[in-house]
Design a protein around this ligand. Structure first.
Ligand code: IPD
Ligand code: CA
Ligand code: CA
Length: 261
């Protein structure tokens, strides 16, 4: 199947998965996972299972990395690997805060080639394939190259590793004086997509897993944005990394400020 057609099919599967989230009435059976304040619900598993079935039918020889149910240890294969976060923003989901993203990335030979991130509550679907541009609900998105002082800075707290929070907040305090204001969306993937569509100038997190950012990274770079580690180096597709994203200008300003060194 051609990449363009495959992207369409992935978008369809992700939209259908969104229905599972929208039709959830109460979030019973919240289970704790490894780390602080790290939870999983039956919907995380349900959405991941649904996606694995649908995506296997589309690309039978693909491997899977997913956040839930034993898929997190998977490796990026030489061939095709789907990277799934069934609900990015589980804490929001549990609290009834209507902001979360269903994320599907497709990597080939270690590079993310396709990315789809869907917020089922706002029915906003971000999609991109490498070299094919980025889209929000079918309309092309290209970011305006805002400076940090011209936009908001989104951040995450690394909720599951509280031991790094103090240091991280000290850096964030310094950065807060360089931007219009700070925001915390509660979904890393959507935060990255918000940079892509111009809602924020930059986003950073001290610690993300590959399923948090793989899909969104394609959307961001296709929209003209930057994604690196806090050291400014290329990220690759790995887990447990600090992530800095932004418009080219805001990304460079943050690196130049040396606040993340
Ligand atoms: C989390 C969200 C959150 C970020 C955490 C992620 P999850 O994903 O993206 O915004 O701060 O680091 O783990 O656990 O809800 O899929
Ligand atoms: Ca996540
Ligand atoms: Ca998740």
């Amino acid at each position: 199947m051609k990449t363009e057609a495959l992207l369409e099919q992935i978008c369809e599967a992700v939209r259908e998965a969104g229905e599972l989230i929208r039709s959830s009435h109460s979030v019973e059976e919240v289970k704790a996972k490894e780390g602080a304040a790290n939870f999983v619900t039956k919907y995380d598993s349900m959405v991941q299972k649904f996606l694995i079935e649908r995506l296997t039918a589309l690309v039978p020889d693909a491997s899977f990395i997913g956040e839930e149910d034993g898929y997190s240890e998977g490796r990026i294969a030489e061939g095709k690997t789907f990277i799934i976060d069934p609900i990015d923003g589980t804490t929001n989901f549990i609290c009834g805060f209507p902001v979360c993203g269903i994320c599907v990335g497709l990597a080939e030979r270690g590079r993310a080639e396709i990315g789809v991130v869907y917020n089922p509550y706002r029915e906003e679907l971000f999609a991109a394939r490498r070299g094919g541009g980025a889209f929000l609900n079918g309309k092309p998105i290209k970011l305006a190259d805002h400076r940090l002082s011209e936009g908001v800075l989104c951040m995450d707290t690394a909720p599951y590793t509280p031991e790094i929070r103090k240091e991280s907040f000290e850096r964030l305090l310094k950065l807060s004086y360089l931007c219009m204001d700070m925001r915390s969306v509660g979904s890393a993937a959507l935060s990255i997509c918000y940079v892509a569509c111009g809602r924020s100038a930059a986003y950073l997190s001290p610690r993300l897993c590959v399923w948090d950012y793989a899909a969104a990274s394609v959307i961001l770079t296709e929209a003209g944005g930057m994604i690196t580690g806090w050291d400014g180096n290329e990220l690759g597709l790995t887990t447990g990394v600090s992530v800095l994203t932004g418009t080219p200008k805001a990304h460079q300003e943050i690196l130049d400020s040396k606040i993340l060194d």
